[in-house]
Design a binder for this molecule. Structure first.
Ligand SMILES: *Cc1c(COP(=O)(O)O)cnc(C)c1O
Length: 386
């Protein structure tokens, strides 16, 4: 089976992880801060906090922004459940904003309309999570203008988007948001096995996230309520978690950072080749916003079902049967049984529904060969012809 995504592990990666195994620190050593500095420098943010997953990063981001019971978090339905679950962890309620039919990201015009209505009804969101689906940046200028106008905070879920750029600045520079989150799960652009990083330019938010990452404990006398009892002393001043990243994960992530730009370039080359090879098929290839640089984590096509004899499901099954590991990113979050009920989802979400009935993610990863790509394309030709 040709997978939809796959990590690339080199001898350099293995050496970096082995060196940590032979060192004094498996956790809480020097490599995590080094990885954090590397990510912060690359994305042009002032502070980076490494944690054990992007899910954890989203959680501490919401906590640092003060999200709690009685608050609303808004996000797109077309995302991984973690983009919404982080709000539920904080006791907040979730609502969704329908997607833009061209970019498949949260639509900033729909957001503006929904905010107007929410203001009248007194239920404005405290946090909006903007997900850069497939690596394509959201309309951050419009979203940040709305954030100013209505007073909500913005988290960029850039799990798909490290290495990309928006309006000439790297995704993660937080020019139009409070906090940006990256994932380093093996299917993502670079990996630390499991892992995530939250970046921000706000020193206060960085301090809060650092506390929430590790039990709410501080050793900084400036943050304590009284003078230390002695050199052993620490204080717990928040209810935090153990969300720490290990040194092994950081070593792998740091080593992979060296190849970030090469990986994204390779994804662009593969996407361009797909665009050309699929031009005559009854499918919509991904639209790329001019002047933006996508991380291109995913290559999502949409089937023009009125020009195809088979159903969405039949095309999908046909591809899997031929050994093409297609996927569907994502099932609208409000379809999940956990999200059923009155409190979640003030739909309808027609664009998300239409997307879900047509979308297929084709395999794409740095080590994918032209032969593998040709095979995927030939199978797709057969699948849509049958
Ligand atoms: C992968 C992903 C996450 C969660 O990342 P983990 O590191 O696996 O916790 C969150 N949001 C989006 C959009 C993702 O794709």
């Amino acid at each position: 089976m040709i997978p939809y995504g796959r990590q690339d592990i080199t001898a350099q990666d293995i050496d970096a992880v082995t060196a940590v195994l032979q060192s004094d620190f498996l956790t809480q050593g020097p490599v995590v801060p080094k990885f954090e500095r590397s990510v912060a420098a690359r994305v042009e943010a002032n502070h980076a906090l490494a944690v054990n997953s992007a899910t954890s990063a989203l959680h501490i981001a919401c906590l640092a922004l003060g999200l709690g019971p009685g608050d609303w978090l808004w996000t797109t339905p077309i995302t991984f459940v973690a983009s919404a679950n982080c709000g539920l962890y904080c006791g907040a309620q979730i609502d969704f904003v329908d997607i833009d039919p061209k970019t498949y990201n949260l639509c900033s015009k729909t957001l503006a309309q929904k905010l107007e209505q929410a203001e009248r009804e007194g239920r404005l969101p405290k946090v909006v999570v903007a997900v850069h689906l497939c690596g394509q940046p959201c309309d951050m200028v419009a979203i940040s203008e709305l954030a100013q106008k209505y007073g909500f905070k913005v988290i960029e879920d850039a799990s798909h988007a490290i290495g990309g750029a928006y309006e000439g600045t790297p995704i993660g520079s937080c020019r139009y948001s409070d906090i940006t989150v990256f994932s380093f799960h093996p299917v993502k652009i670079i990996t630390s096995a499991e892992g995530g990083v939250a970046v921000t330019n706000d020193a206060d938010l960085a301090t809060k996230m650092e506390l929430f990452r590790s039990h709410g404990i501080t050793r900084d006398p400036d943050l304590m309520t009284k003078e230390p009892d002695g050199p052993w002393y620490y204080q717990q001043i928040e209810l935090g978690f153990n969300y720490r990243m290990t040194e092994l994960q950081a070593a792998l992530g740091l080593s992979q950072m060296d190849r970030l730009d090469t990986y994204v370039e390779r994804r662009h080359a593969l996407a361009k080749r797909y665009d050309e090879l699929l031009a005559d098929l009854p499918v919509t290839t991904p639209w790329q916003a001019p002047n933006q640089y996508s991380g291109l984590h995913l290559y999502v096509i949409r089937l023009k079902l009125n020009a195809i004899g088979s159903s969405h499901r039949e095309v999908f099954e046909n591809l899997r049967e031929r050994g093409v590991g297609v996927n569907l990113h994502y099932i609208p979050v409000y379809h999940q049984p956990y999200y059923a009920g009155e409190t979640y989802g003030n739909g309808p979400f027609p664009e998300s529904e239409r997307y879900y009935s047509e979308a297929i993610s084709l395999p794409m990863y740095p080590l994918m060969t032209a032969e593998q790509q040709d095979y995927v394309v030939s199978c797709l030709f057969k699948a849509v012809a049958s």
